[in-house]
Design a protein around this ligand. Sequence first.
Ligand code: KG4
Ligand code: ZN
Length: 340
Amino acid sequence: MTEQQKPIRILALESSCDETAAAVVEDGRRILSNVVFSQIDLHALYGGVVPEIASRAHVEACDRVVDQALQRSGLSFDQIDALAVTYGPGLVGALLTGVSCMKGLSYALRKPLIPVNHIEGHICANYLTSPELEPPFLCLVVSGGHSHLVQVPDWAAYTLLGQTQDDAAGEAFDKAARVLGLPYPGGPRIDALAEEGDPAFLKLPEPKVEGRYDYSFSGVKTAFLNAVNRLEMTGQPLPKADLAASFRHAVVEQLVSKAMLAAAETGARRIALAGGVSANRELRRRMTEACEAAGLPLYLPRLELCGDNGAMIGSAAYWRFLRGETAPLTLNAVPGLRLV
Ligand code: KG4
Ligand code: ZN
């Protein structure tokens, strides 16, 4: 990547799910502002994200969040070089809100608009956390909607090595949490509860998957549900911490073993984690141990950059901006957008 004389500042918006988030990022590496408006309180009542409520909340929050991000960056619109927006994957209404907002701004300000893939954004959160990180590296992307093992051979270039055959890791955590009666989003709650529990309490099955680097979490989830049902029939209080620890252990074990297998077999020189589930304490610990044992540097996104945020979109947009990849005003949301 060639050195830029003048810094490139990008104002980015993320609205693919239940966070309305905007940020200003300089040269894909430095966060000048990062504003995240979470809708969790609006959805908690329903035990999950309600798409219609999410879209409405994004419409109400978009302008304010973008304004705040600009204000906190200390810049004016004149000093912004480009705009960026997540256009997929995600909830169609939620994405459309963000895309429309940034298309309007792009037209009014006559500034280029860069379309960003949400999963690519998660991967790029690592460039913000670790200024020295450069491709090539192997990335384990684990979020509420995706569980991918991705090779990153170059800037904004990706090869898919494996993915989940059914549930995403975050989705599995959320479902297991619901079984234990924990509120949405369940991933962080299971993680916290598991810290006090015994992971050996319940042995959960290892999945059978065809692809060497593919994942599967539905069998673990069903076995967990059955075990909880059996325990409930005894009329005794559920050992929730032990159950949470056992579930977390099974999911993390699978994530770590496949990632390390892929790293060894593809000759990866460094590994990164990305996505909401990369905040998981056990996953961070186990990957740290495994990478130390394998002599591979590990890159973990800062905790506040693991979940959805605008800064990761601003970083991802930078590498595409350098290549002149901008969107026409006909840009549409693509809910099922793939990384590769
Ligand atoms: O990346 P993200 O914010 O949104 C998507 O792109 O999906 O990921 C959200 C997911 C949720 O399923 C949430 O429960 C999970 O990440 N999550 C966690 C933890 N923190 C968030 N799962 C396990 N342990 C955590 N500490
Ligand atoms: Zn996400």
